[in-house]
Design a protein around this ligand. Sequence first.
Ligand code: NAD
Length: 259
Amino acid sequence: MPTYPIAGKTVFITGAAGGIGAATARTLHSRGANVVLADRGIDATSALARDLGGDRTLALSVDVTDRAALADAVGRTVDRFGGLDVVFANAGIAADPPATIATIDPAMFERVVEVDLLGVWRTVRAALPHVIAARGHVLVTASVYAYFNGMTNAPYAMSKAGVEQFGRALRAELGIHGASAGVLYPGWVHTPIAGAAFGSNDITTRMREIAFPSLLGKAIAPTRVADAVVRGIENRSARVMVPRRWAPFSALRGVLNPV
Ligand code: NAD
């Protein structure tokens, strides 16, 4: 039996128009949750809300770097559903095109950190009083890149490592209030960002093969991540890893850090 059943809970999802966010919204909705679909554009989230049926969905246009927009979105969530129990802070971008630290456009570097790291903090902060009041749960999306340096997406890796530590700090703090937090670590998932973030070169290909031998070189379907997310919320898990089994990090030594 899950310790924190999801039916009837209100879940605020950022990046809800994307591969992992939309798949998770569908799964949560099918399990009886109210889902708030927050993403940059309203068209995709509105279409998803229509598809799911209107009564337990709310589509909102929110940029996670914008504190005022987040405060407004949280207010509208509470007005609509009477509270906010769970946050899935999942919106993310990668430097596109991937580039080295020496050559990347500085504005691109800083935008990735702004969305992937500060966007998570701003999302969580806006919702936190409600999560605490509800003794709810927060799940933040990190990445395999919290650990591995792919050599072409330093702002992404730097942000995801930060998200991991933020999630740990949050878990410690929320525990005092009877709430909880966890960190999601997707490996390699079949969504648009995967091409941009991981690129496709000898190093990233080797990394996938070595890090995730169970995938046999194939990306995971977002629905599999969604199932893991729901399990992670319902069990208030500290870590949600998809796939569950990764090679020991030592196996990658020499592949990712050739010098
Ligand atoms: P995706 O590109 O399909 O979805 C990302 C979503 O975030 C998009 O809908 C996009 O519009 C939204 N977004 C981007 N910037 C935003 C902003 N400023 N405000 C609001 N929304 C914004 O990719 P995905 O794979 O579904 O990614 C979801 C999360 O999973 C990301 O944090 C990503 O870093 C992480 N992740 C993905 C993989 C993978 O292999 N796909 C691996 C590890 C981690």
